[in-house]
Design a protein around this ligand. Sequence first.
Ligand SMILES: [Zn+2]
Length: 365
Amino acid sequence: MLFDLPTPGFSFELLATLGNARAGILHTPRGDILTPVFMPVGTLGTVKAMTVAELEAPPLDARIILGNTYHLYLRPGLDVISAHGGLHGFSGWRRPILTDSGGFQVFSLAAINEIDDDGVTFRSHIDGSKHRLDPETSMRIQATLGSDIAMVFDQCPPGDANADVHALAIRRTTAWAHRCLATTRPSGQALFGIVQGGTDLDRRRAHLAELAALPFDGLAIGGLAVGESLDDTYRILDAFAHELPADKPRYVMGVGTPTDLARGVAAGVDMFDCVMPTRNARNGYLFTSTGKVVISNAKYRLDTGPIDAECPCDTCRTTSRAYLRHLHMAREILYNRLATLHNLTFYARTMRALRDRILADGSKA
Ligand SMILES: [Zn+2]
């Protein structure tokens, strides 16, 4: 079943469903994204330690990556990226890019932030300089970055926020969503809305009712994995993800572990992002089909086997656990590259396996 999305050039093709789980294709002007999909995070215009060629090459074959509006706006600055015609020209990445709105980083990273109904004033975490971010500014920055999917500027409260904070965040997020939709986007840029509401299901449903009718190309669940319990994360995913419109892609922001991905897919989520595979790789934590490998562990000192015997990545085909442990202990920069390639490949294979199971055992949509 093919659903045209509001932005020309974008459509969502639902291929099969299995319970609430869905397999599909998000068609974009810069190429097809097979869903469910994990999107590697490229905070500063780079998926740390990876070249474009490495990201594109099978078996990793990343179809879409993330860029962070807040970070790129502060460094290198929009004039530098604009001189390259956008983030694609700047980074050399040719496939789709999704940019966040900057809101999450402003609320979590910036030293001082003053939130009002119009936007947020904050100080850079790099040099303390003062900046203002509001819906129109966020959209203007995302237009300059030239991302394929832009996100609305939203207010994401922390996991322990009280009901008043959530109510205010929802009111602002809806008002800001309308303002983002009212801006003129570059051609070929889709826009996703973000549902807030924390761990209260009724609050989530009320906010979704406000956003579902708006002409977004997809909807995201924001405000999960921000400090709430894992039970609460799964309770919201299980009860709520499948209530998002079926004819648009559904994205859960900033989640998570391989188990989180499986739970999210089963709940009806199509898109995920998280720094976990890349950050954990650099910190010495490697994901495998038989569990986590902490590569600094002494038991790998003489281990001549690959990280994961089932993994077809270049790292596993050419290096041993002992070699990777040695590189990690010696702080050789090659370690970061080899480990990141493996963890991203593990995440991509995990998602592909989930997708294949939906296609094989599910009903045709
Ligand atoms: Zn591997």
